[in-house]
Design a protein around this ligand. Structure first.
Ligand code: PGA
Length: 298
């Protein structure tokens, strides 16, 4: 059997996405190039690895077996590359970090400081909401993630490093801006702008309201913190956001934090990785750096 590593990489991507098109996008190849690599691999193996039913493709039994071996080989190659980097020391190598979108407001600052101390480290930063962050972890893509409380049903090593207070924001001309103690009952007629489903902030807000038996009136649903903030500023409704996302707007008085009983919702930020993942010296150094910086700031 003459099998190349490239063929295994392409095969693994097709098997994971169960789509030639999506694998081609991920690998920045054309779809015919992807099909060709898979065909050549099938030729070497002497068995079909995929079968087509209707519009969908499925792994054959041979495909299932091949996938296990392809992943083991790729894992070994990645470990070899990481061990070589470790031998070169902290100041080299790659760091793949995935962060929840809300973390982006302070993480870039953290990364900038780390990058200045370790200029040769190549940093890949993926910013996404909580749900897709968890699916990236599931696929073993990032070395480390920065996120809200990790779910208990995933085998992760996590440590919290900083407070994440969630506050309620309003436009500066909102009638309740001057009110001292707002109760949730006072807010029964207000519309709340919410983040897209999959957002950790939204889940925390909904948990808080339901614990307080408060049925909120849902206004517009918006993707990302910036859209929510702009919607509130435009007077479309109120919202609950992480205080980290609105520091500037509060200082510039473009938004106001309402004094609502029971708020802020006190959450924490966590740095996490999959248990059993071998962290490179660079990833370990970054983890230590985040934990030390967070503790200083808390
Ligand atoms: P998110 O933030 O709302 O951007 O997903 C993550 C979290 O609060 O868990």
């Amino acid at each position: 059997m003459h099998i190349t590593i490239r063929q295994l990489q392409v095969f693994e991507a097709v098997a994971r996405r169960l789509s030639y098109t999506r694998a081609a996008e991920e690998l920045h190849l054309t779809q015919p190039a992807v099909s060709m690599q898979v065909k050549q691999l099938e030729g070497s193996v002497g068995l079909p690895l995929f079968e087509q039913m209707g519009k969908k493709i499925y792994l054959t039994q041979a495909g299932d077996v091949m996938l296990v071996h392809a992943r083991t080989i790729m894992q070994h190659l990645a470990s070899a590359a990481e061990e070589m980097n470790d031998l070169r020391g902290v100041d080299s190598g790659r760091l793949r970090i995935a962060i929840a979108s809300t973390v982006n407001y302070f993480a870039t600052q953290l990364l900038a400081t780390f990058a200045r101390e370790h200029p040769a480290v190549e940093i890949f930063l993926d910013v996404t909401n909580r749900e897709s962050l968890l699916s990236r972890l599931e696929d073993n893509i990032p070395d480390l993630v920065l996120m809200g409380k990790p779910p208990v049903d995933m085998d992760l090593v996590s440590e919290s490093f900083m407070d994440n207070p969630l506050i309620m924001i309003a436009a500066p001309d909102h009638p309740m801006v001057k009110q001292r103690e707002i109760t949730l009952a006072d807010l029964a007629q207000e519309h709340f702008l919410v983040r897209e489903s999959g957002s950790g902030t939204r889940a925390a807000m909904e948990r808080f309201f339901s614990e307080q038996s408060f049925e909120y009136r849902k206004g517009m649903e918006l993707t990302g913190n910036e859209a929510v903030k702009q919607g509130v500023e435009a007077g479309l409704g109120l919202a609950i956001v992480s205080a980290h996302t609105v520091e500037q707007e509060l200082t510039l008085k473009r938004l106001v934090a309402l004094k609502v009983q029971g708020l802020p919702i006190m959450r924490r930020w966590y740095i996490a990785h999959r248990r059993g993942k071998r962290l490179s010296v660079t990833a370990k150094a970054f983890r230590r750096f985040v934990l030390d910086t967070g503790v200083r700031d808390a």
